[in-house]
Design a protein around this ligand. Structure first.
Ligand code: ZN
Length: 604
């Protein structure tokens, strides 16, 4: 895609984005009146000076001075350029990002996707109605009830039931004007040997799988009959649905994930439902496979920590090592919660309080540690050959970690348990890292160190503009006046007109003054985005404005005091020049001004 954004795209993106959710992924925010405050994600601090305004969708740090709107935050924190940040937010919050003069082919593709989404949404709604209204779905209702799932959560996730008939979805789709080709592309019907088409899902509980924006991409469906094969049937891989790229529940989990800073990944649809029902809403499911790099990528934009609460043995060590590499490259921490043998999360929640499950999640250990420990636990220590096999198992895990203190500790532990020389273990790891086939080391993007689980959280350092902000009393006063002008625009216009660059102590504040003189009604709109300092300052002023009463008296006093400071500057200059006449004139002016300040006079 190319071309400029259409005029209202940026505004719509800003309107839809949840700035508190976005920023919560990087720092804990607490509500304080109309604002949220927290530790600044751009500089190191112990007490919170970072403030977020959820209505204006602005942030500002009173410590280091950074600030801007929600798009600016994404640019800074995710290292994106403005157009990318707009697209990412649009994607995340369901705003169609429009470009002027869209390529006609792209437009056609967009329209087609929209039709397929509509078809899938209608079908999901049909299945829901059937589940609740049809006597033929009573077994399905019993099954779900037997898993402890209430109607609220089932309806929230639009769980449904596909009837046993062969053509319900097919005929309904046709009646609604969808073509056979569209229904097939949506994965709802399939072709029989005789060439005819029939419904793909029959006599099955249906779980709609959605994208983060809540659009149905396909279904997972659990068979109800004794002979239902397979037990779980998914939508076929197609234009919209790709199993490896979707996570069941992501649309409903993303807010909670951002707040919790982590995602809990489980294996089954009903696990997700049970967790949400228990108030653990940061849960999503992979559908019976190991977590894929694409799924981690999807989670990376929401959280820094992923906890796998599933039977990790089944996923296989190779898949886990791959996942660890991806997570390491994304600076995410990937942890494993040791589920009690034979229990899945839904079992745990039906047999005990949610706290029991949360304890297991909180005690999750870093993936490499988990992998190494479980290999050691299953090792045959009785023969050198058995110990060799165990070493073969753990070496890839250790190699994927990259050199780090945590790896060094694990190496010592492995050597100790296998009764081997630590040097041997290290040589094996190095041998693997230097392996000519290359995929072992370079796959994670070369930054092997990033896989150190000990510092998986991204460093909380600003991208260049994180110095502390130290302002003189004079600068504070200038800024206060500008903020009051925003708070009371009617008076503000008058005071902006009376101000001159000479009143202002820095070029930056003068830039803000010039900007406000022309944009007082909507100061954030159309700010030159490449001027970081100006964006941050105007943001701060807009956010301060809400607190400043902006009365005429306060503004008058403030301006007079700025005039006083300006006169003092000039007096100092005249003194240096030895200009006596000017010194006398300025001294008189200053005395008059002091008088007016003392009496609280208006302009004169
Ligand atoms: Zn800061």
């Amino acid at each position: 895609m190319s071309g400029r954004f259409s005029p209202d795209t940026v505004e719509r993106v800003k309107e839809s984005a949840d700035i508190v959710e976005i920023i919560s992924a990087h720092t804990d925010l607490r509500r304080q009146g109309q604002r949220f405050t927290g530790l600044c994600p751009f500089h190191e601090e112990r007490s919170p000076s970072f403030s977020v305004d959820p209505r204006e969708k602005l942030y500002h740090c009173f410590g280091c001075g950074v600030g801007g709107d929600v798009i600016k935050f994404v640019e800074e924190k995710e290292g994106l350029a403005f157009p990318e940040a707009v697209e990412a937010l649009g994607e995340r919050y369901g705003v169609e990002v429009e470009r002027e003069a869209e390529d006609p082919r792209a437009e056609e593709a967009r329209k087609r996707r929209a039709r397929l989404w509509e078809l899938l949404e209608r079908t999901a709604a049909f299945y829901v109605t059937f589940l609740w209204d049809s006597p033929k779905a009573s077994k399905a209702r019993d099954y779900l009830q037997g898993r402890g799932l209430g109607e609220d959560v089932l309806r929230a996730f639009a769980i449904g039931y596909a009837p046993s008939a062969w053509d319900q979805v097919l005929t309904r789709g046709q009646r609604a004007g969808f073509s056979i080709e569209e229904m097939r592309a949506a994965g709802l019907i399939q072709q029989g040997r005789q060439g005819g088409f029939y419904d793909r899902f029959r006599s099955r509980i249906t779980f709609p799988v959605r994208d983060p924006r809540g659009r149905v991409l396909g279904f997972g469906a659990r068979g109800m009959g004794e002979d239902a094969k397979p037990k779980y049937l998914n939508s076929p891989e197609g234009e919209l649905y790709r199993k490896s790229r979707t996570l069941f529940g992501i649309d409903r989990a993303r807010g909670a994930m951002a707040r919790a800073g982590r995602a809990v990944v489980v294996e089954g649809y009903t696990d997700v439902l049970a967790l949400h029902q228990a108030g653990i809403e940061e849960a999503v499911a992979v559908m019976g496979t190991a977590i894929t790099p694409e799924q981690l990528q999807l989670l990376a934009s929401h959280v820094e920590q992923v906890v796998l609460a599933m039977d990790s043995d089944r996923a296989g060590r190779d898949a886990m090592v791959r996942a660890q590499r991806v997570a390491g490259a994304k600076k995410m921490s990937l942890r494993v919660a040791a589920m009690p043998p034979g229990e899945d999360p839904a079992d745990m929640l039906s047999s005990g309080p949610p706290e029991r499950f949360m304890e297991v999640v909180d005690e999750a250990v870093d993936l490499p540690v988990f992998e190494v420990e479980s290999a050691l636990a299953g090792a045959d220590m009785s023969s050198p050959a058995g110990r060799d096999r165990t070493l073969d198992e753990v070496v890839p895990v250790l190699a994927a970690m990259g050199e780090s203190i945590s790896r060094a500790e694990l190496v010592r532990r492995v050597a100790d348990r296998l009764d081997a020389d630590p040097g041997l273990v290290l040589r094996r790891i190095e041998g693997r890292e230097k392996a000519p086939d290359g995929h072992r080391r370079g796959a994670a993007g070369g930054d092997a160190r990033a896989t150190d689980p000990g510092d998986a959280a991204p460093p909380r350092v600003a991208s260049g503009n994180g110095q502390r902000q130290v302002l003189s009393a004079r600068e504070l006063q200038e800024r206060a006046l500008l903020a009051m002008c925003i708070a009371a625009p009617k008076e503000g216009r008058e005071f902006l007109a009376r101000l001159t660059p000479d009143h202002l102590s820095s070029e930056l504040v003068a830039r803000a003054w010039r900007w406000l003189s022309d944009h007082l009604d909507a100061p954030m709109d159309g700010l030159p985005r490449d001027d970081d300092e100006l964006v941050a300052l105007v943001t701060q002023l807009v956010m301060t404005a809400e607190r400043e009463p902006g009365s005429r008296e306060a503004m008058e006093l403030n301006l007079l005091q700025l005039e006083q400071r300006m006169l003092e500057d000039r007096l100092g200059a005249a003194r240096e020049r030895g200009d006596d006449q000017e010194q006398i004139r300025l001294s008189r002016e200053r005395a008059g001004l002091a008088e007016r300040i003392a009496h609280g006079d208006g302009p004169g």
